[in-house]
Design a protein. Sequence first.
Length: 262
Amino acid sequence: MATTTEQCTCSRGVDMCMKLGSCQDFCASRNDYLTAINAEVDKIACTGPFYDCGADRQCKATSQCQRLTCNAKEGVKKTPCYGFCMIADRKVLAASIANDGKTINVVLNTAAAPGSFACAPLFNADTAAILGSDAWCSVSGKELKIALGRSATIMPGNDSLTLAPSQTLLTDLLLGNATFSGAAIPVVKCGDCQAPTARLIGPKLVSEPCDPSTAADITFDASFSSGSSGRPLTRIVWAQVNGAGAPITGAAANVVLAAAID
């Protein structure tokens, strides 16, 4: 390392000097940074198609495999390496609907290239239909997030997600031509679901007719109810319940209704 240099000026016969610092080799000053970056690359780098990457992984050539080197003439530069050890089968692991019912969170088995796009081309026709025509997908790392469309009818616990066989939107982060594929993945119900908003339209009072045979049907309409996401409910189940919320059926249900009228 060179000695410390100074800049001096003479003022009224007195030298006034200021230290300018120490000269340091450019590459040496960046050695720690280069070592750290290359260490991360070396964790997944491989040297050829027959390299042993371990179970369920294979060595794939990619232009994204690059190490950093430094020399006095060119400074820091990227040096190509062969490729990376990558998972052999890119697929969806799990899918669950969020508590608010507005999004579906999908877990991937390896990091995907980031992106944001309409979901329809990513899935087969049946899946695209139940997600809603305006469903929107966003990808980050190992997560695919689906913002459900206004016309979505997907039923967690019953429906599944299936990628389109020819989709090219969901690809490996490190190998752009390697796409995700696989069988249908069930959509799991939310763990702490927000309750829907029930709107019931019907008579508040029902009079008992003198002649029961002339009694008219009583109609209640719940079609204006909505889920926590704000979308209309696709299925409404009617039931009589007691104070504890347990269903009342059979003859007991008739007794309760009769008592309400009486």
